[in-house]
Structure formats: C-alpha cells, structure tokens
Design a protein around this ligand. Structure first.
Ligand code: GLY
Ligand code: MN
Ligand code: MN
Length: 440
C-alpha cells in the first residue's frame, strides 16, 4: 500500500479525532483491540476479530491485547502485544507503510498496558472504546461513551482515498476468487469444493473473510444467508443455478460481492440478465443528494416489472409494490454501507451526534436510511428469490390470485438471483469498483 496515501489518511483521521474528542470533552482515547474468547467448557478460542474502532485507527486486524492511545494533538501511540509464546505465532513489530505514524511500545504481557493508559488525575478526561470484560480495575477511562462513538461512527461513512484504495484492492482479490468459483461450479464441484476454490484463489482463509461465504447451488440460492457448504456433487443433469456471495479483506476493509449463474440457457438465465441490467441501472441512478430509501423503493418497482415481464405476477408492477407482493420476492434491503465492517456502521444514524432514522415500516430490513453523499461506499444488491416459506404465506392470502403459480413452481428449483456490487460515490460520478475489476 502507498505510504503517501496512508500519511494523508492518518492526517485526516487525526483532524477528525481531535475535533470529536474536543467536542465531547476528552483529552485521551484508549482503544483496545480485544481479547481472544474461550469457548464454553473448552480451552480453544473463537477466531479473533479486532474491535472495529481499533482497526479504524491502525491497520492491525489480528493482534489481541493491543491498544491505541490517542492523545489530542499528539502522535498516536500503539501498544503492540508481543508475548514470549512458544505455542502461538507472535507477529513481528510492525515495520511497514503505516508504522512511521505511531510511537510503539511492545507489550510482553497484557497487563503491561496498564502503565500507559492513564492515571487518576487524567481519567475523567479519558474515554475508552472496547470490550471491558477482563479489564476490571484497569485505568481505562470512561467506557464506550455513546456521544463519542456516535460521532466516530458518523465520520466513518466518509472514506479517505486510502480507504478507497483498500476497498478497491479487496474487490480485486474477491473478483479473482469469484472467477475461480464460477469455474469450479461449471466443473461440477460441490458447494464445499467451490468454497475451497474461492478461498484458494483469494489466498485468504475463512477466518479472514469479512463474513461467512454464501455458496449456494440450485434451490439453496433461495436461502438468503446460506452458509452450510454441502459436500455433495450434483449430477450434471441436476445442475441448475449457482449463487455466490463472498468477499475478501484488505487491511481490515471488506469486499461484499454476489454473482448468480445459470448452468444452461433458458428462463432462469434470462432472469439473471434482466436483474443484472436492472442492477446496473440502479447504480447509474445513484447521485449525491438522493435518499437511499428512494432508490430501494425504485428497486422494488423494477423487480415487480421483471416479475410481470417473466409472467410470475399477473398484476401491474405498481400494484405489486403497493400490495406488498414484491416483498415476497425481495425481502431484504437494496444495500448497505461498506468499509471496515461488511455492514458498516451508521446506516440508520440521523446526525453526527446520534439519533436513529428507522427504515420505512414496510421495508424493515433496509440497512441505510441516509442520504447519499460523496465519499460514501455502498453495496447495491437487488435480489429476486423463490422462498418457500414466504411463497406459502402469499399463497394463503387474498393476493394469491395475482400470482402465476405455475411460473413460480418452475423457478423454485433455481432458488433465486442476487447481483451485488460495491460502489464509491464521488462528487460527480459513481465508481463501480466491482465492475471495474471484472473489466480488467
Ligand atoms: N453478504 C451479506 C450481505 O450482502 O449483506
Ligand atoms: Mn453480500
Ligand atoms: Mn451486502
């Protein structure tokens, strides 16, 4: 990664943190990376996931018991955990594109951090962000103040050029892996084998993936978060469809990409083409000042148009949206913020100080109610599914007569379609990182 980009990034962050800390009345912020969690009645740990507010400050994603000590106006200090440990890998002290911007202390034991966190005189002006279990009696400061966290979350929606570069690289890695996964699907691999092909091509293990990979053959594509990974190889005659929703990591930033494939030509292949074209239309509509929920509503109308065009519904698209039929086929939201977390924070936040703008009552799963602004990064992921449980409810309702059930039954074995890209909103254009990687 480019050193200059990081230098500019940390300068921007320091301005943000200085202003936010001052506004909230703090001199110091202690951010804890976290401690590994032991499994119940066991001596094994769950995979370690760093506190997102820790990796927001420093690109260290795999080191527990580490701290950033941020004093207003001063170069930040990193307490980097380096125990003497013959059981586990101990990462070397960082010497890389970002390390010049931190003063380092190496910690041999977790409790060595205490000496650096603060003293009684400063604790009233010190905030702490992290999980507090195990830190009883430590001089950490005021734990997780809401007003401070709200402002930091709000700021994270506006990505710096360094963050955009990380997100582009995560997309590049993920797109290469998606290509390998499609190849494995066409070769008749099982879901498990396709996932192995994906991880191998990404060069990242499953604990590094930003979320559990969704690798779904045939009707499994109707399960929105299907992560089961069946080892069964389907006979070629039974291969119908493949939906894969999988990302990659770059310095703690996530890609979140979905593609759908038809094994053969036919109605389902046409449905994918229609959804793909529609998805690109939605991306083209994005612009600064547009309310994201309005784009979501428009997506429902377009999905309803597709349902009508394919003969699935026998009613106008407008009435299918109005009656709620479109929600049977698209029960999730159009997309979400993307960044250090796959569902990045702040999507429902009303203002820097906090407050929540809930999604419209009819679309409870919409993850962003914000107005689109420059510097924000979103997914755009329309879907259209044939989900047995939701279809059963519809069939039991007075709206059943507006549906062509023969068509529904013909599509059921294919599960559904989702197309998901990752986009950056610039002041004058929208950059589709995912499509740019496919075009390379
Ligand atoms: N991969 C989860 C999502 O698309 O939101
Ligand atoms: Mn996804
Ligand atoms: Mn997503």
């Amino acid at each position: 990664m480019d050193k200059n980009l990081y230098a500019e990034h940390i300068a921007t962050l320091r301005n943000r943190y200085d202003a936010i800390l001052e506004e909230c009345g703090y001199d110091t912020l202690n951010v804890f990376s976290g401690a590994p969690k032991v499994q119940f009645l066991d001596d094994n740990h769950y995979p370690f996931k760093a506190n997102p507010q820790f990796k927001a400050l420093v690109p260290v994603t795999d080191n527990p018991h580490s701290w950033v000590i941020y004093r207003r106006g001063q170069k930040p200090r990193l307490l980097f955990y380096r125990p003497v440990d013959f059981w586990h890998y101990v990462p070397p002290a960082p010497d890389t594109f970002w390390s010049d911007h931190y003063d380092f202390e190496l910690l041999g034991k977790p409790a060595d951090a205490k000496a650096f966190l603060g003293d009684d005189s400063s604790l009233g002006k010190t905030a702490f962000i992290g999980e507090i279990q195990g830190l009883d009696g430590w001089p950490i400061g005021i734990p997780n103040p809401e007003a401070l966290i709200a402002r930091l979350h709000w700021a994270r929606a506006y990505k710096t050029p360094y963050e955009m570069a990380c997100l582009r690289e995560a997309n590049r890695i993920a797109v290469g892996a998606h290509r390998a996964a499609e190849g494995a699907f066409r070769d008749g691999a099982s879901e498990f084998e396709i996932n192995m092909a994906y991880l191998g091509a990404a060069g990242q293990g499953e604990n590094r993936m930003p979320y559990g990979n969704i690798v779904a053959l045939n009707s499994h594509a109707a399960i929105l978060h299907y992560t089961h990974l069946s080892t069964e190889r389907l006979p070629e005659a039974n291969l119908k469809s493949f939906l894969i929703d999988a990302g990659a990591d770059c310095h703690g930033y996530a890609a979140d990409i979905t593609r759908s494939y038809a094994y053969r030509n036919g109605d389902y292949a046409e449905l994918i083409r229609a959804m793909d074209e529609m998805q690109q239309g939605l991306v083209a509509q994005m612009q600064v000042g547009l309310a994201y929920p309005d784009l979501h509503r428009d997506c429902h109308l377009k999905v309803a148009e597709i349902l009508q065009r394919f003969g699935v519904i026998a009613t106008s698209p407008e009435s299918a949206v109005e009656s709620g039929i479109s929600r049977t086929f698209l029960p999730h939201g159009l997309g979400h913020f993307l960044g250090l977390q796959v569902h990045d924070v702040g999507g429902h936040q009303t203002a820097p100080e906090g407050g929540t703008t809930p999604p419209p009552a009819e679309y409870p799963f919409l993850r962003t109610t914000r107005t689109i602004e420059a510097g924000q990064v979103f997914t755009i992921e329309p879907g259209l599914y044939f989900i047995d449980s939701l279809l059963a409810e519809l069939k039991d309702s007075p709206l059943a007569k507006e549906v062509n059930w023969n068509k529904v039954d013909a599509f059921r074995p294919y599960g559904g379609v989702r197309i998901e890209d990752n986009v950056i909103v610039h002041p004058d254009r929208v950059e589709n990182m995912t499509r740019d990687c496919y075009a390379e």
